[in-house]
Write a protein that binds this ligand. Sequence first.
Ligand code: URA
Ligand code: SF4
Length: 200
Amino acid sequence: MAEENIKEQWKRFEENCRNCTACGLSAARTNVVISRGGRSAPLMLIGEAPGRDEDIKGMPFVGKSGQLLQNLLEFYNFSPKDYHICNIVKCRPPENRRPEASEIMACKKLLAQQFSLVKPKVIVLLGSTAYEAFYGVKPVMRDVRGVFTERKGYHIMTTFHPAFALRNDKMKIPIYEDIGKVRRKLEELDILPGIDSDEN
Ligand code: URA
Ligand code: SF4
């Protein structure tokens, strides 16, 4: 019964997303990019905005950045039911520019609905745009990255955006370390089994 309810709620939420014209990004989109991974998951990873590959496929992080992210998640034994990947805005900005504040604001209502459906315990903000959208201030990335903070019962961490690591090889190391910290946090919270345990 409750299960059916969640399915219905998701269906309505996805319809709301697909029909959304709350900002100008709706005009040029091929697809509204909502999520991949589990619909309800302990870990939510939030990027900036869909790029070209994502717009075409209708799924977040399926291009080159997505491949790097996926490799990291698999390295730490995450399976798709463990994570929910999404973005601050659901439609592709032209020329892959950063989403504007008004677009981020317009898309917040849907992101809030998504939070209440996914019910994550741990949130990872991928890059400075996600950080700024979440906290309302620009981050100094080297200061904030890799550190967990607790807010309203969520454990939140910021790391570099995978696209940044694609442009600068050295940045792969901190992202790799940070996703390892995320795995350990979920283990400490008894949400995921230890990476070496038999249950895995
Ligand atoms: N970059 C993002 O921020 N999100 C995607 O979905 C793809 C690339
Ligand atoms: Fe709606 Fe978000 Fe797409 Fe703008 S980016 S049209 S608010 S779904």
